[in-house]
Design a protein around this ligand. Sequence first.
Ligand code: FAD
Length: 483
Amino acid sequence: GAVDLEYDLVVLGAGPGGYSAAFRAADLGLRTAIVERYATLGGVCLNVGCIPSKALLHVAAVIEEAEHVDKAGIVFAKPSVDVDALRKHKDGVIGKLTGGLAGMAKARKVDVLHGYGSFLDPYHLEIEETSGNRQDKSGAKQVVKFKQCIIAAGSAAVHLPFLPRDPRIVDSTGALELRQVPGKMLVIGGGIIGLEMATVYSALGARIDVVEMLDRLMQGPDADAVKVWEKQNAQRFDKIMLKTRTVAVEAREDGLYVSFEGENAPPGPVRYDMILQSAGRSPNGGKIGAEKAGVIIGERGFIPVDAQMRTNVAHIFAIGDVVGQPMLAHKAVHEGHVAAEVAAGEAQGKAELARSAFDATVIPGVAYTHPEVAWVGYTEAQAKAEGKKVETAKFPWAASGRAIANGAEYGFTKLVFDAETHRVIGGTLVGPSAGDMIGEVCLAIEMGADAVDIGKTIHPHPTLGETVGMAAELAHGSCTDLP
Ligand code: FAD
């Protein structure tokens, strides 16, 4: 058919990977378009992921802080929750950010083509119009020609096949819609997304059970940190059922009756008002007609790429959730920048730019729960499993003045060092603002810093952040006397 539009670069998907890639490419001089099926830019992260969840977690933290200052002699009345107003607040946060992105696209002259994109061949995408966020295809189609393309199609929540279709059974997107605060809620999957949503709903008043197939909650961080987390969250949950699976759900008018199997399974069906399924996400690689472009889709829908984010088809790149774990926004953004730089470098014959590559040593992970857990690089257990000789230094926050002042003396900061070079190769923090502090450990690892470098860096006192310096000082055998 006829070509309606033509670009140097077309980016398929406007999540953090896609918009970062498109903006970088436009800044570098490529005529760029983004194809997005939803009405707003920002993808999962801004619309139904990172940002709305953090808006709600902030509110949850305020509620819980207020409850805890009774120890300091301050007693607030029980909060009354206006769910409609809270939903509006959350949507307002999203709107500010997605609106900002639209403005940035316009300023850079990046065209946003709304519709569902799929490949016709290695140089053309067909875009079928969609309306709103419902993904209803209205039929109107246009064909876009590109010299280079970046696939940034992201991922979607896995839906367990045995769950009935019922408005009381939601995935993270449904949970973030905040339609109701249930009396009793089951969270299927004890990963970060499930535990973040459990934190929100419990702060709003729901009673919560968590069921997890594996033998622990949160697979990423150091097991010590998870232990601290579990202790701090003991009151939040009625039951945490590890090594247990849901096997059947019966939807009745008076509730959802769930049957379990496994080590901690209750004997009979249990009644819930709402179920959140957060049992993982799967990449959207299989849904974009990639085969017509000759792009190989690998195991479980992930698209294999090289360090320059190229697929097997040299002028087609892929980035973000669609290329593999960890499925995190900051990974997608960095990959997006690499793909855009390589694409621009090739198009303009700029060899140095074209050599850009994704070479991060580490990618941090954070659970924005209460308390937060943040980790990066090696845990002690991973290092041991690989036969790596390491030293660890753990600074308990019970020895931090600021942590005590803030009521966070349960937290800790732990660093993992290579036993021979004394370079830091990993770190874990558990406690409030852990996610804000892990960046220092990331920088230390990327810069090849050792224990002395970190320990001799003057951190402001009294801060939670200085526990990173204090842990490093423990490792190199001296410690300041500051509490
Ligand atoms: P996505 O954000 O998934 O964007 C892909 C975009 O492509 C979507 O907008 C989609 O509509 C569009 N698209 C796909 N196929 C087509 C097509 N054929 N045609 C047109 N458009 C298409 N990560 C963090 O780092 N920190 C967090 O705190 C965090 N919290 C999260 C909380 C939740 C509840 C969830 C679900 C995820 C969270 N994540 C978080 C993960 C993060 O959202 C993803 O890693 C990130 O959004 C991936 O970015 P991406 O650009 O690869 O894809």
